[in-house]
Design a protein around this ligand. Sequence first.
Ligand code: RIB
Length: 322
Amino acid sequence: MSSRYDVCVLGSFMKDLVASAERRPLPGETLHGTGFAEFLGGKGVNQAIAAARMGARTAIVGTIGDDRYGEEFLELLKRDGVDTDWVVRHPELGTGVGLPLVLPDGSNSIIIVSRANAAITVADIDAAAAVLTSSAVLSVQLELPVEASRAALQLASAAGVTTILTPAPVGPVDPSLAAFVDILVPNEMEAAALTGLDCDDSQVPEIARRLADAWDLRGCVITLGARGAFVLADGVEMLVPAHPVATVDTVGAGDAFCGSLAASLAAGAGLVDAVRLANAAGALSTTINGAAASAPSRAAAVALLDSAGSERSRFAVGPPSP
Ligand code: RIB
């Protein structure tokens, strides 16, 4: 069956109200910030924009409020060519809000307030079945109620759609999701939380193997920030090194990675090649402030990859990548 969409993202919409500061405040402390900016974010929106900018025909499923922030999201997604036909507007709850704090080295910590995101129901998922089952790839994160995420993954999986789960934000993950996930993409904190192991270099391959076994995965990709991304698939285990770039803001970098990964897989790339391009997309997104807005074009990511030459594993323990 030919897919109507390359990538469908089920996920969150968060208006990011970003503070910059020299450091994190201590408990009970009020701290002067060094900057403030408003961006459109949420892991779902960030992934959808990233996939669309990589050339994928993309749709998003989620819930926003009937408010100004909701309008901003619809305008942004339309500008980037993301189909919003399956976005539900909640009559009472406001659009979700994110409160990222960005430090001078570009690192971040984020508080999210779900608001309308929390109102998505299994009935909304059933109403979006056409897009969930006719896309080549479905990408899901964990900022929505787990019942909705599970229902979407189950529908897509039964239809033969490749399913990707980013188990973010970090926290307990409902084990019933595992049956419907093909590719798991945790970051280092999430991988550690899922396995109870420290995500240092020597343990990363073992963590990926444990997750692949426990979740019966087709592939596991652990994003490691400045250390790169570790990929396990089809007997290949390798670290794809990070690109050295001038980082200003890491908010949304993992989402740019996942959106790019989904787009490449939908286009028929193997997982290792998809990770290489995603790695470049994630790196480039850290050079620009903001979440969704910082996702690069495919041309920019390809150019960075080309300029870096052939990427080889620092601790490859499997056969060469396909
Ligand atoms: O992954 C980054 C995103 O997490 C931010 O845009 C914020 O809104 C939270 O959802």
